[in-house]
Design a protein around this ligand. Sequence first.
Ligand code: PAF
Length: 279
Amino acid sequence: MQIVSTIAAARETRARLDGTLGFVPTMGFLHEGHLSLVRRAQEECDAVAVSIFVNPTQFAPDEDLNRYPRALERDLSLLREAGVSLVFTPDAGEIYPPGFDTSIDVGEVSRPLEGAFRPGHFSGVATVVAKLFNIIQPTKAFFGQKDAQQCAVISKLVTDLNIPVEVVVCDIVRNEKGLALSSRNSYLSKSEQERALLLHDSLGKAEGHIAAGERNASTIRALIGDILSKDADFCVDYISVADPHTLTELENIDDEALISLAVRVGATRLIDNVVVRKK
Ligand code: PAF
């Protein structure tokens, strides 16, 4: 496994990899969700590259950039064990040298939901992902469905800018109780982890109602809101029933819908979602 931290070394190492290259961009503190992306990339490609970069431009000034969990040595040993070929671990100065002054605005799909609650977030994500794609030049890139809007934003970025990378969206990985894996789960106390299960429960109940014939999106939003209101310490940022590609809110659930939510559980902001499709 080659570990490189400069763009020049990443390009050189990449050039020596034959065949198709799968790429998993990460911010480190790897968990089973990331490793499942690596395994999927290995199934579909000849070699796999992973980046570990806590991207400062996707954090607002009041967010958790400085306390974002980091465990580089542990991450590297997990990736070595997994059989990854290339790990790119740049520092912020390598990605954003003095004078760097470009940012990508992916437009309407980046505005609602996370975009509304985290202004500038998706511009930071789109810009760094475009740079990483240019540096690593992967055949396919693998992202987790947990960040559903991020997947929609990156798919739009790739389409609109004709970036020759296939975006592969992989299923959410959950712990045995149903909590969607996230590096930020490490902020949760034991009791918060238990209470956070209500997020997945509420999505499951919504799915059940839709499977039983409910088509009204407002009814589904209200159902989830009622369930989440059972925990007085939850602060709900949004509950959305939207088109999975455009993120436009739906009135009726016809063919498919992305049901997503963001909830602050104590000091930790969690997101989760489910996609429902007409059988
Ligand atoms: O999902 C993430 O970890 C990040 O948003 C990404 C895609 C690595 C860009 O910094």
